[in-house]
Design a protein around this ligand. Structure first.
Ligand code: AQP
Length: 333
């Protein structure tokens, strides 16, 4: 009998630590909508991860909902994918505890994100910040995901997830699928507009450093006009031109133009014209996202029905893996 080929499954998430930046969008979320036709996708608002850094409860609650709405505004369809809020499925926290007992101190100590974040939040180097890769492993392994979209900054986490899964399988047999990294066709690392050697981040304190995907057109253009570039005049992609390279990457991502096409388009024109063109292209590209977000936020009942359904579906699917794990370890179910 001919077997219908099962789609590969993908899991990805984003922290509700603020409105998504253009970096989150180009590097991650923008690529998630087109994946929905090719794969079985689960997309998660990673709110448990977000509390490794102190959050104001009122703001946090609002941000979780608003980031959920943003995912839908970026084309993620709750009819096609499982779109859920991590803390609403308790299996994540439970598997995370089990896996943390199969994760070595030395492995966690080597994670660059821990080193970076503990330096940035020196007054709050909590245990969650240290063990958060075990939670990330649980997120992925619960769904037996074949693929995990990875940016350059996430490869170390995926490697650790694979090690934990292999270690567990080595002791208890074939419990976890070993996930592979998936590099989306489009997707690049977007740098800060104020310091193009640093990645653009939601939590950057300098409001001019990042474009938020809900920024208004004039705000977006203003921020691009202020972007740090260099003292040359030529719009071309070259080593040492971090600011211009970043703007070209952004312009290319929203217009689909190649670096050569962009260079030709702005030959003989100054950086001023180029910056305005980038700002306009970004603002026009993001307009439908802003409009859809406003529409969704005015319909809280619909949003709630989506995340309740997401929680139920994610719980049902992940329970199978969790129960298998609990049985293997010897817990009484
Ligand atoms: N600058 C970036 N360029 C490309 N991709 C990026 N991502 C983040 N920044 C860039 C990708 O966005 C996804 C979700 O990220 P996250 O919110 O879970 O965590 P993050 O990487 O820590 O993002 P931020 O914006 O820097 O958040 P804060 O400031 O709260 O730490 C990931 O796939 C990430 O690769």
């Amino acid at each position: 009998m001919e077997q219908q080929q099962k789609k590969k499954s993908i899991l990805s998430g984003i922290q509700p630590t603020g409105v998504f930046t253009l970096g989150n969008y180009i590097g991650a979320v923008k690529n998630w909508a087109p994946m929905q036709d090719e794969f079985d996708c689960a997309y998660m608002i990673a709110d448990l991860h977000a509390i490794t850094v102190r959050q104001d409860p009122k703001v946090f609650k609002q941000q979780i909902l608003s980031c959920y709405a943003l995912l839908l505004s970026c084309g993620i369809d709750p009819e096609k994918s499982i779109v859920f809020i991590q803390s609403q499925n308790k299996n994540h926290a439970q598997l995370s505890w089990v896996l943390s007992c199969y994760t070595q101190f030395g492995e966690l100590s080597r994670m660059t994100q821990f080193k970076d974040k503990s330096a940035k939040h020196a007054d709050n180097v909590n245990a969650g910040l240290f063990t958060y890769p075990s939670l990330m492993a649980a997120d992925i392994l619960l769904y037996q995901a074949d693929l995990v979209p990875v940016g350059a900054d996430q490869t170390q986490h995926l490697e650790l997830t694979r090690n934990i899964a292999n270690r567990f399988n080595g002791i208890y047999g074939n419990v976890f699928k070993i996930p592979e990294g998936y590099v989306p066709k489009a997707g690049a690392k977007i740098m800060s507009l104020a310091d193009p050697t640093k990645k653009m981040s939601k939590s950057d304190e300098n409001p001019n450093a990042c474009i938020l995907i809900l920024d208004e057109k004039d705000q977006i253009i203003k921020k691009f006009k202020r972007a740090v570039t260099d003292s040359e005049m030529e719009v071309c992609y070259r080593e040492g031109k971090d600011g211009i390279n970043n703007l070209m990457t952004i312009y290319g991502a929203v217009t689909g133009k190649s670096m050569d096409e962009i260079t030709a388009e702005f030959a003989g024109k100054g950086y001023g014209d180029f910056k305005v063109a980038v700002g306009e292209a970004v603002a026009d590209h993001l307009r439908p996202v802003r409009e859809e977000y406003a529409r969704l936020m005015a319909d809280k009942a619909y949003l709630e029905s989506c995340y309740r359904k997401g929680a139920e579906l994610s719980e049902r699917i992940s329970r199978r893996t969790l129960e298998k794990v609990m049985k293997k370890v010897g817990f009484i179910l």
